[in-house]
Design a protein around this ligand. Structure first.
Ligand code: DUC
Ligand code: ZN
Length: 456
């Protein structure tokens, strides 16, 4: 049987009906034939494509700590917040391992667990010949068309290694996602803070100043120029200084450069490291750290004017009571990461509209751009005939985000007490209801791995 969503009013157009058949959008139009169809009336609701979060870390294994949402609980939370597809940033394996082994491992982690569709970014921790071959193989054969590299943390690469990978990416068309922070200066500032006993959470922000992000972004952009402009995607841009590097580079003709920021950098600022004392502040240890209000405002302007392409979450939760709180007086030992996969769509639409940004623009950064940039388009991220029927319905209704109404396994929300002007009430992933007027119908294992590719 088909399903027809009536009165959808797609982004203010006159198109009212969406007909769904066999997991796909069969047609959009007015007064579509209702014979043999279930009808879902969306009158006075907001109907949008399903959200796409291209930056999550389900079950991320950091050695001492493992992110507490797995592909079941994390995608359950995502679905409740209107996200119907994630692209997860996988963990590094043991030092000698190869990216393809970790991709295999992630298939095992996600298979029979995910509620919604998913894919993975590879994580490249070296530039061995075999690794470079695997980047190509994964791209051509396995639908892994993006790889993540780091300028900091254990798996960080030096400039020569980065350049090798960028040259390979240019050859294969692979998009390189990069975590940009200047490792050396952060190490030095942390050592200094430790010597001086400056271990309260605010020093997490002070030891990772905006310049550390901007320097690494600038360096990566120049390396990409040397490599002939492979696709380069800057993850979790958090500062005005960092975004200015991207804007400047585009002005001088840099191509294939994409900018992501995350909900936390748009909704919170570094006052969280002070207000409420260390017990509260320790919840917000993540890298990059929360920034100044002026950075937040500049990122919003970047969304308004198109400088920021994507809003993702970096969802990477650790238990507050058991795993974060014990480190309240020493930020350095605290596992880094916060939950957010559930709140992104509602909060970005709420705050974006409050700031007078067009809904179309918000749909671009939450749905359309992540899909296009990461090879999911036209299958996902848009309500068009032939696409997967990934559709969400939001009620225009103010409600308060609290731990009590969250669906992750973690014991706190990063956005406690914030008001949303919209509440996701219905979610379809490939034409099947995951949430129907607030009733949860998700099934573990329904979510499918999506092989991605770029349309030439
Ligand atoms: N930053 C975090 O805070 N956690 C996971 C990975 C990252 O980049
Ligand atoms: Zn991340």
């Amino acid at each position: 049987m088909s399903l027809i969503i009536k009165n959808a009013n797609l982004l203010g157009s006159n198109i009212t009906d969406i007909k769904i058949n066999n997991e796909k959008i069969e047609a959009i139009g007015n007064n579509l034939d209702e014979k043999d169809s279930e009808i879902y009336d969306a009158e006075n609701k907001l109907v949008l494509p399903g959200g796409i979060d291209v930056h999550t870390h389900m079950s991320l294994d950091l050695g001492e700590y493992v992110a507490v949402d797995d592909f079941h609980t994390g995608t359950r939370a995502a679905a409740h917040g209107g996200t119907t597809c994630i692209v997860d940033h996988i963990a590094f394996g043991p030092k000698e391992s190869y990216v393809s082994e970790m991709i295999e491992h992630y298939h095992e982690l996600a298979n029979n667990k995910a509620i919604i569709d998913y894919s993975f970014h590879g994580a490249v921790q070296d530039a061995r010949d075999e690794t470079l071959k695997q980047i190509e193989h994964l791209h051509i054969n396995d639908g892994i068309v993006s790889e993540k590299i780091y300028t900091t943390y254990g798996g960080k690469l030096n400039d020569a290694e980065i350049l090798k990978i960028l040259k390979k990416a240019k050859e294969t068309g692979t998009i390189i996602c990069i975590h940009c922070e200047n490792d050396g200066s952060i190490q030095e500032l942390r050592e200094e803070a430790e010597e001086q006993g400056n271990l309260d959470p605010i020093y997490h922000a002070k030891t990772r100043p905006a310049e550390t992000e901007a320097e690494a972004i600038n360096r990566l952009i120049y390396l990409s120029e040397i490599a002939g402009f492979p696709k380069l995607y800057i993850v979790h841009t958090s500062t005005e200084l960092g975004l200015r590097e991207i804007i400047k580079a585009r002005k001088r003709g840099v191509k294939n450069l994409f900018c992501e920021t995350c909900t936390q950098y748009l909704m919170l600022n570094e006052s969280k490291y002070i207000d409420g004392g260390n017990e509260e502040a320790i919840k917000y240890i993540m890298a990059p750290p929360l920034r100044k209000q002026s950075d937040q405002d500049f990122l919003w302007e970047g969304i308004r004017n198109g400088d920021v392409d994507v809003v993702a979450t970096d969802h990477c939760p650790f238990f507050y009571e058991k795993e974060k709180l014990p480190h309240k007086d020493n930020f350095m030992t605290c596992p880094g990461g916060v939950p957010g996969v559930e709140e992104r769509v509602e909060l970005i639409i709420t705050e974006g509209l409050r700031r007078g940004i067009e809904l179309e623009r918000l749909v671009e950064v939450l749905m359309i751009n992540p899909s296009k940039i990461f090879g999911l388009y036209p299958r996902k991220g848009n309500i068009i005939p032939g696409a997967d029927a990934d559709i969400i319905v939001l009620d225009e209704k103010e409600y308060t985000i609290k731990q009590d109404n969250r669906h992750s396994i973690v014991d706190y929300t990063t956005y406690e007490g914030m008001n949303s002007d919209y509440e996701v009430s219905t979610v379809l992933c490939r034409g099947n209801f995951i949430l129907k007027d607030g009733e949860y119908l998700g099934k573990q294992g329904y979510g499918k791995f999506i092989k991605r590719k770029f349309d030439e």
